[in-house]
Design a protein around this ligand. Structure first.
Ligand code: HEC
Ligand code: HEC
Ligand code: HEC
Ligand code: HEC
Length: 236
């Protein structure tokens, strides 16, 4: 049995080598025409509330990520659900005594999923983390001390200060995807004001590609071309 699993793992390994969001592709998270959030986000979780503030997650990237990564009861699609209660306080301004998070690692001054993850498939790191923690996350301490340096033995980790930690970002198209100094990395850009999301969709409003359009989308039953059946024959 173990051998079968090992062979299976080996044979599927190359498929996943590039990262699991390859399967989601661009259109799982962004939708050029039916977007429901800024950044042309295709997914929006309207059910889940911030457990600390009871506020909606609207305006956070978490509203997008949790449209997939939350259990359905909380408005997610149940894909590797993480539960916001047990994670870091998304949508909150960090208490500087608990964590030292530079402004450029926050989104609108608040901790968000993208403070720790860059979900784009150009990110080579384990779990799409912003810090390289080795193949299985063995060097996770390097990641934690990026915001909690007072808690780690930096000499063992092999750095003198958190500023030496390189942070991955795909969010500066001019610089390209890569690693940047913690103090300079760009993790988000302002969405231009002319981009107006179409707004709320029912339930968790996942709009995967064009395969499952929401009910309000103009989608006539009949082929519009048939309307022209009785049209006067074109002059010969
Ligand atoms: C797993 C979800 C996910 C997938 C898959 C994904 N993106 Fe993104 N994308 C995001 C998030 C999250 C942000 C923005 C983060 C922020 O600004 O807070 C973003 C931002 C962007 C932006 C930048 C907008 C800006 O303001 O700078 C572009 C462009 C973009 N994505 C294109 C793509 C393309 C092209 C693909 C496919 C190759 C892709 N994305 C796949 C989640 C995703
Ligand atoms: C459209 C659905 C969708 C959205 C939105 C989405 N993901 Fe994912 N994500 C997936 C799928 C599918 C997988 C692979 C699940 C599996 O195979 O177990 C995945 C896997 C992951 C993993 C595990 C990667 C690994 O190598 O094990 C992380 C971390 C992750 N997503 C983070 C995020 C973050 C952060 C966001 C928001 C910026 C996000 N995802 C948005 C669908 C999504
Ligand atoms: C403070 C940093 C931090 C923040 C903020 C954060 N994550 Fe993570 N995330 C991690 C780490 C570290 C891991 C890998 C260890 C683990 O699975 O717990 C992880 C793992 C994951 C996984 C994979 C879980 C699995 O079962 O394999 C998903 C999916 C994910 N995060 C999504 C999210 C989403 C969605 C958000 C925002 C709501 C988020 N993360 C916010 C640090 C963070
Ligand atoms: C991007 C910055 C960032 C990273 C990376 C990060 N954290 Fe945090 N951490 C925070 C913030 C922000 C808080 C909450 C501060 C607050 O409550 O205002 C926090 C809080 C905590 C807390 C206290 C929770 C409580 O109940 O008060 C623990 C424990 C913790 N982090 C552990 C970790 C561990 C372990 C890792 C690595 C796996 C990690 N953090 C990575 C930013 C980060």
């Amino acid at each position: 049995m173990k051998r079968i699993v090992a062979i299976l793992a080996l044979s599927i390994a190359p498929l996943f080598a590039a990262g699991l969001h390859e399967a989601v592709a661009c259109m799982g998270c962004h939708d050029i025409h039916y977007a429901v959030g800024d950044k042309a986000f295709a997914v929006h979780n309207e059910v889940m509330r911030n457990p600390r503030t009871q506020e909606e997650l609207t305006g956070t990237t978490a509203a997008m990520c949790l449209g997939c990564h939350e259990i359905s009861e909380y408005g997610g699609a149940g894909i590797r659900p993480i539960h916001l209660h047990t994670t870091h306080p998304m949508g909150m301004e960090p208490n500087p005594r608990i964590a030292d998070v530079p402004q450029n690692l926050l989104k609108d001054g608040r901790l968000d999923c993208v403070s720790c993850h860059d979900p784009h498939t150009s990110n080579p790191n384990w779990m799409y983390l912003r810090v390289d923690t080795g193949t299985d996350g063995n060097d996770i301490q390097m990641f934690c001390v990026a915001c909690h340096s007072a808690k780690g033995d930096l000499t063992v980790i092999g750095i003198e200060s958190a500023d030496e930690i390189e942070i991955f970002s795909s969010m500066d198209q001019e610089a390209g995807a890569g690693f940047f100094p913690r103090s300079e990395v760009v993790i988000t850009n302002e969405t231009p004001s002319y981009i107006t999301p179409l707004g709320a969709l029912p339930e968790n409003s996942i709009v995967p590609n064009y395969m499952n359009p929401p009910s309000w989308v103009y989608a006539p039953e009949i082929n519009a071309l048939e309307l022209f059946d009785d049209a006067p024959a074109a002059a010969e």
